[in-house]
Design a protein around this ligand. Structure first.
Ligand code: FES
Length: 107
């Protein structure tokens, strides 16, 4: 039986950490990434496994909503950095930002 991941939790007041659990991301280790976020101290966020987020070639994809921050090629060892620096500290983890979504022109 296939797991039915919701696209986005509309019934939560909290911001969400969406971790893609679809084919390409799963093949790249997104189940471990989701587990790492679930184990983190993130009471201010909902952590949700989702279906495809449309960025399959650069997964595992992690999307923070409603702010719309997209991280790509996230590995389990990146999760503590994202949690501490961004989700708890309010500072983006630039090295993991999706370059097509968060374009930087160097000025
Ligand atoms: S499979 Fe994860 S973004 Fe498409």
């Amino acid at each position: 039986m296939e797991t039915d991941f919701t696209q986005h939790s509309a019934n939560t007041e909290k911001p969400c950490v969406l971790v893609c659990q679809h084919k390409s991301c799963l093949a790249a280790g997104s189940a471990e990434v989701l587990a790492a976020f679930e184990e983190a101290d993130l009471s201010e966020f909902s952590v949700i496994g989702t279906t495809c987020q449309g960025q399959c070639s650069s997964g595992p994809t992690v999307r923070i909503v409603p702010e719309e921050t997209w991280y790509c090629r996230v590995k389990p060892q990146d999760v503590p950095v994202i949690v501490e620096q961004h989700l708890q500290g309010g500072k983006l983890v630039r090295a993991k930002l999706h370059p097509r979504i968060h374009m930087s022109f160097g000025y």
